[in-house]
Design a protein. Sequence first.
Length: 100
Amino acid sequence: MEPFLVLVVAITSLAGIALSTRWLGRSLAGLRAALGGLLECLGTIAVFTVLNFALAAALIIGLRSLTPWFASLYLLDDVGWIIVSLFQGIVWSLWRRDRR
């Protein structure tokens, strides 16, 4: 990761924290809870990513072995899998959090 990127993100994060605590009345305990929610989302994103890739690979290998058609595992080489898994993980985490 580029040091410049880290520097800019650190400055904007600290500015956001200072703005939120000083002028918007937010607490650092709320930030801690938000970071916990972020880690939960990242975990569910990782789980959905692994499940999506595993199922897709199994389907491709099954198609290869059970039919005369050939499907390449290169179908998995697409950033779309990560994006869809990201949305699945976020939605599932938010839905779980709703508890209704």
